[in-house]
Design a protein. Structure first.
Length: 329
């Protein structure tokens, strides 16, 4: 058995190789089929127009060999990179903010200690690439600078694109456009979206919302890392990548679909909780096991389980939750 997965992550001691093998042999068939369809779609001209067909293809998963390219195109990162030639390198050559560099350096060794490619001893060591991407981004978006959590996202982008400049532009697409205000110093967008999830749970899984309220568990305690890390280190790698496929194309409402699906699927299990620590523990457990490992069926579920979830609904909830937060502030 391989102790290290294809992305460089070491598997935990208690990793269930048998059920993973069973899943992966089935999934490989799916991936092969998808790869042929994608090659036809891209036909070597590397451009995609948004369409229902493309949306359907993306929901069914982008094969790894096309993933970086498709993310770049559908997120708008490719267009931005082409419109700003040399910009990334100028950021790295320009004046630097010493406090920012210090904050980023501190987090380097804490980023994926379980990934062999990010070890100091690795060759090439991706820490150097990660450092560059974060430094460039901090100087590009001074309102955000650097915030914990960004290191994990940039790290994943580097593992997939294997390209420093592309990772920078994808990070910009996520932080600048796709996620509303998650990483700014006040993190208002992040706090708002956790409240929005709470409201959606009230609508779609009321018994769980009631349990949380009864025991005084704030949503931020159980889901803040889901939002900040976009499910990195929470769900299995393959599953996270499938979620990101949709996130780059469909935007931030995908995060709510995933969160609602996890909660709805595990409703009975969560409702067994009888106290505060118990609830927190249940939320840790629902992100493990075969339901989340089987990424193909999991992704089908996120589009059916939560039912309809329009951007209009989310925008309306965001507005009211943001006002509430600001009035408390």
């Amino acid at each position: 058995f391989c102790r290290v997965d294809p992305y460089g992550f070491e598997r935990p001691e208690d990793f269930d190789y048998a059920s993973y093998e069973a899943f992966f042999s089935r999934y490989l068939v799916v991936l092969t089929r998808r790869a042929i369809k994608w090659s036809k779609l891209l036909k070597g001209n590397n451009s995609i127009q948004k369409s229902l067909k493309v949306k359907r293809y993306i929901r069914k998963g982008i094969p790894n060999e096309h993933r970086a390219l498709v993310w770049m195109i559908v997120s708008g990162a490719q267009a931005n990179m082409e419109q700003n030639p040399g910009y990334y390198h100028r950021l790295l050559e320009g004046e630097k903010n010493a406090k920012l560099l210090e904050a980023i350096k501190t987090d380097m060794n804490r980023t994926f200690p379980d990934n062999v490619k990010f070890r100091k001893t690795a060759d090439p060591c991706l820490q150097h690439t990660l450092y560059n991407v974060l430094v460039a981004y901090g100087h590009h978006n001074k309102a955000v600078g650097y915030c914990q959590g960004m290191n994990f996202i940039a790290g994943y982008l580097i593992l997939i694109t294997k390209n420093e400049e592309e990772s920078f532009w994808l990070l910009d697409a996520l932080i600048g456009r796709i996620l509303p205000d998650y990483y700014s110093p006040a993190m208002l967008g992040l706090k708002t979206d956790q409240e929005v999830l709470g409201e959606l749970v009230k609508m779609k899984v009321p018994a769980v919302a009631e349990l949380m309220e009864r025991h005084g568990v704030m949503w931020t305690l159980v889901v803040s890392r889901w939002f900040i890390c976009l499910f990195i280190d929470i769900l299995p790698v393959e599953t996270v990548l499938r979620i990101w496929d949709c996130l780059f194309y469909e935007g931030s409402k995908i995060i709510f679909r995933v969160a609602l699906t996890l909660i709805k699927q595990n409703q009975a299990f969560i409702l067994e909780a009888t106290n505060f620590p118990d609830i927190c523990d249940k939320f840790k457990q629902i992100t493990k096991g075969t339901f989340v490992t089987e990424c193909h069926s999991f992704m089908q579920k996120i589009f059916t389980d939560p039912g309809s979830l329009s951007m209009a609904t989310i925008d309306k909830l965001r507005e009211s939750c943001r006002e509430k937060l600001l009035s408390q502030g």
